[in-house]
Every structure is written in structure tokens, then in C-alpha cells.
Write a protein that binds this ligand. Sequence first.
Ligand SMILES: Cc1ncc(COP(=O)(O)O)c(C=O)c1O
Length: 476
Amino acid sequence: MTAATAVAEHASPTYAPARVDGIAPALPVVGADTLVPLVDGRRVPYANLDVAASAPALEAVADHVARVLPLYASVHRGAGYLSQVSTALYEQARRTIGAFVGARDDDGVIVTRNTTDALNLLAGCLPADPATGQPGRVLVLDIEHHANLLPWQRTTDTTVLTGGPSVAATLAALRDELRESGPYALVATTGASNVTGESLPVAAVVEAAHAAGARVVLDGAQLVPHRPFSLAETGVDYVAYSGHKTYAPYGAGALVGRRDWLDAGTPYLAGGGAVKRVRVTETAWHDGPARHEAGSPNVIGAVALAAAADALRAVDPAELALHEAALRDRLVVGLGNLDRVQVVRCWDDAVDPVGVVTFTVTGYDPGLVAAYLSAEHGIGVRDGRFCAHPLLGRLGFDAGAVRASVGVGTPGSDVERLIAAVAALVEHGPQAQYDVVDGLWVVVDDPRPVPEGLGLDGLLATAALGDPTGCTPTVP
Ligand SMILES: Cc1ncc(COP(=O)(O)O)c(C=O)c1O
């Protein structure tokens, strides 16, 4: 079976899970009641189904940040009382950020800006292959987000393995590659695809990589906010994740893992705080996290991320998983049962995917679908190729797709609104007039006002052709 046929099979589900209108959010998030304008003049609560891109702050996180802000002062080298408090808060947050992903006692925990930053940092720490003197080789699959592909390609000899039609076939190909074409220093794998929510079983990847002498880095951007994950329990060597996807949108992320590569690697940023001693002609760099954290750290970001970790861990993981699975199942089946709607899957044997569901509507450009959902229904989704161009291309979706994603703050009613809105599109088409302006789908003469009191003079569309993120497909 090809990947394309696997996709088609999943687009024709044969069962229909119950409606989920009654399912409440698992945890309260900031902004859940925010009203947004529609083109017909009504205001409706915003249905945020784009949490895989950036999740709203947990109320617990925002409250904690508000408590900490009056204590905020310079960290690490300040002698003042509040500097010492802030330093203690930052270092305590580091411990929580590590514990959240099951760090081993001797693992390093580096506070970064986000997952992209963390993976670039690790790419600069790949040890040299003794045979070539060059950074060790890296093996990745073509399903990866660009953040878990481009840093390796830019740094070293990287093999991009094409995913197979099933998890089993992909694992077999991975094992063969490791056995027959190694040595590899590192296997870089996603904890959950940002396109389909699917992943390879981490234990199997670790076993194959370690048997071949390679380490494993997990791109945890989509996994860590959704499932408990432990470095110690899985044997994964490094994990990267983002605060803004983990309900802590204050600008921090993390790289956690084995210290030896991190302590020997080139300091990620050169500057104050990363050094023990500087002379005009020589510099002695720190080891430990300070080596890679030059400049003033993001104390509030780290504290917020730690608060999110505490809040997520305070809830039974089974409860969170049930909430998410119910919403995801309903999305897959509710959308997949609609005429002309195709749900994108990588594999038909993937287990326990996270709450990310990507789909297309035949006859409608994904950008138009996203603009329609926003303008006529107050629903936020993402369209494009999701910074995963190789995967979208291989699966036959080079023109992009639409992605809906859910999290702990998503009520079931948002999912039902999306399914009903897509059904209405399929049946009646859009009611407003849309046009492509400068490569973007916009409402013709968009009447929606901007929020007052913020000095805004108009809405800005979210992506453009030639967008520096490269996440947007060409709009026909
Ligand atoms: C799977 C995956 N990896 C990496 C990233 C990059 O995350 P960030 O933008 O927080 O660096 C994303 C973001 O969407 C993602 O979904």
C-alpha cells in the first residue's frame, strides 16, 4: 500500500463517534471567552483551533507570572535581594523544565527561545567523526518540521530517509539505513508530526539508534505539550520543546539532554555569562548551561514554562489524553465523513496521535478555506505546508492543506463548530467575497473592526508569499 492509498482509506471512516459539544476544556486558558467579529457584523467567541502553532497561556501560568513580576530583577550577577530571588526563581525553573521531560541527574538543561533554537544549538555540538574530522552524520525522516531538518543539513552530512507507507515499514527502513549505511552520530526524530500528530514509537527508534551507536534527539515541540515524556524512561538522549506551544507564551523553550556533547560543543552564543575568564587573546568558556546561555536570560519565560509544567503535571495524564483523543477522533471522522474532504495521514498503523488534524477540501484553496473559517465563523486554523514541505510534497499536498489542532483549553463545541462550518462550505460555498491580494486570501472590503485601544490601524494577514518562514504555499 502506498502512503497515498493509506491517506485515502482514512478519508472514508466507517464509524461516527458521538458529538463532543458537551466536552469542557481540561484546563482553563486565558482568552477563552474572547469575542471576534464576523463579516456579517456578529461577534462570536473565538474558536482557537491553531494551538499546534502557538497555544494560549494557561490561566495558572498567567497568574504565576503576575505574582513573580514584582520580584523580577537582574539575575546571576546582581547582589541585590530581588536579584537573588530572581536568580533562585530562574534556577528553580530550570530544574522544573528538566524534570518535566524526565531529565536524568547528569543531563544538561539549557533555556532556549524555542524548539528551533534548541535544535540549532545541538547542531553546533555534534562531535567530530574521528574518521573525517567533520561533525558526525545525522539521520532524519522526511516527515520532519524544517526545524528538525535544516539545522542538521546546514551543519553536517545529513541523510533524509523517505518515510514508508506504514510505521512498520518506516521503522524497518530506519533500521536498515542505520545498519548498512552508518555510522551516524544522531537520529533526529519527531515526537509527534505537526502535520498529522503521528509519530514512530520512540522506544523502537531509540533501540535501533543505540544498537548502531547513534544518539537520539526528539523534536518534542508537538509531543511535550500533549503527553508525559521522560528522557530517563525512554533512553532518548536529547529533547527540544517550546514554551509557546506548552501554554507558556513568554519566549522560552528548552534543550535537555546528555551533558558531554553540550559541554564540549561550541558555545551557542558568544558573550557575557558564558565565560569564566577573558583575556585579549584567549577565552575560557564555562561548561554547563551557562556555556550556551550568553547574554541576559529570559527569566520570566523560564518561570512561565516551569509554571506550565507544574500545571500540566497536576492533572491526571489519562484525563488529558482522553479529552484530546475524544476531540481528535471527532475531528477525523466528522471531517472525513464530509463530501470532498480528505484527511491527511502519514501512516495507517500510527498509535496514539496527538490532537493535530490536517485536511483538504476539493475545489477550495486551503488559504480560502482558512479565510472563510475566520471571516464567517470566527474559527482560527492554519493553512499552508506547515514548515514540512518534504512531507506535504511526498503525500501529494504540494498546494498545501488546512490544519486544525486542539489542546487542553479546547472545548468540544469548537470542534463541532469547525465540522459544521466545513460542511456549510461544501454544501453552499462561502457567503462573503474573497480575493487574492499580494498572494493572500482576503475578504473583499473586509468590514471587521480591529480591537480598540491598541493603536492598530488594520488587520494584517498572517502569511505572505515569500514569507521568511517559508511556511506558505503559492496561492493559485
Ligand atoms: C514538530 C515541530 N517542530 C518544531 C517546531 C518549531 O517550533 P518553534 O517555532 O517553537 O521553534 C514546530 C513548530 O510548529 C513543530 O510543530
